[in-house]
Design a protein around this ligand. Sequence first.
Ligand SMILES: Nc1nc2c(ncn2[C@@H]2O[C@H](COP(=O)(O)OP(=O)(O)OP(=O)(O)O)[C@@H](O)[C@H]2O)c(=O)[nH]1
Ligand SMILES: [Mg+2]
Ligand SMILES: [Zn+2]
Length: 360
Amino acid sequence: MDDPKKLLSKLGYDSSLDDILAENGWQDFVVARVITEHKERYVVQSAGGIYDAEITGNLRFTAASREDFPAVGDWVTIQIYDENMAIIHKILPRRSVIKRQAVGASGTVQIIATNIDVAFLVQAVDRDFNMNRLERYLTISYSSRVKPVIILTKTDLAEPKYVDELRTLLEKRISEVPVYTVSNETGTGLEEVRTLLKEGKTYCLLGSSGVGKSSLLNNLAGKSRMRTDAVSSSNNKGRHVTTHRELILLDDGGVLIDNPGMREVGIADTESGIEATFDQIMSLSGKCKYKDCTHTVEHDCAVLKALETGELDEAVYQNYLKMQKERAHFETSAQEKKRHDKSLGKLIKNYYKQDFKGRR
Ligand SMILES: Nc1nc2c(ncn2[C@@H]2O[C@H](COP(=O)(O)OP(=O)(O)OP(=O)(O)O)[C@@H](O)[C@H]2O)c(=O)[nH]1
Ligand SMILES: [Mg+2]
Ligand SMILES: [Zn+2]
């Protein structure tokens, strides 16, 4: 068995967390990392072992939003009360948070994972390959301040020439993001990905269902840790093999977080993420005549000019517009929600005031 301190640092613990514990007077608590989550029930790992955990009533009571609940990847303080049971008291400040805008009416922000160093953006080179989706994942990584790495899987199913073409296309459209190609079937390219993994660092696997995230994790772990499944090509719609997020500590160092495939990747508050993703447009925009140029109808717009000359790719431009629109929509609905909450708060306050007056 590993020495406890060593195990924690393998899990990603570093001394900056010691300072946080000291500042808050939490040194006497046991520190653990959240490794899975099922509807407010958690599994946490500490130096001493793995525990089923629940949050304190106080934590639940004071939680104002989803972000106040523990998420996979979080460092938490716990109190162990049985051989394998624990209570989560506090969530330590998060170094990074990967989140997305949930689809549907609720429109809430969903935390995918926290305290991540690198996001592996996984796409298969078969018919799943989709540049726009990749740009979405990229935007999410940048706005979470997590370094992205693109991993193309299932290279055994495509002509090598096609894989090369994709790589060239990616290097042109998404510069400065490393691209790796692997086959989970034949093992080609796995070694290169393995060299990326560093002890004490956390890697999050993101991508659609069936692209081979869990297969990649198993290959990197050197054994089967996650269930994978043959998604038959006739009915692969909506069948997620992985059903919950899970954090796995690799024997050789490195922590991997596997996720259920995402069908829709809504972007949330990601102005800076969009800027980083569409860096070509951003640098062009410096030459637009108007500072607040929207690059749609303005005269002397450097972006529109580059589009005309072909210097800027039409597809990149269209995806940029689409994501800006979505962001604007997100911001309006977030503002509306705030306004609504505020007026609701006022209403309640007034109600109580009246109530008290009435009684007097
Ligand atoms: N030919 C080939 N098949 C692969 C490769 N990687 C994964 N697969 C197969 O693709 C299917 C789905 O793989 P998973 O690893 O379960 O996919 P996933 O991304 O974890 O899917 P979800 O858990 O639903 O998000 C399985 O049948 C795998 O055997 C690959 O590189 N080549
Ligand atoms: Mg999976
Ligand atoms: Zn412009």
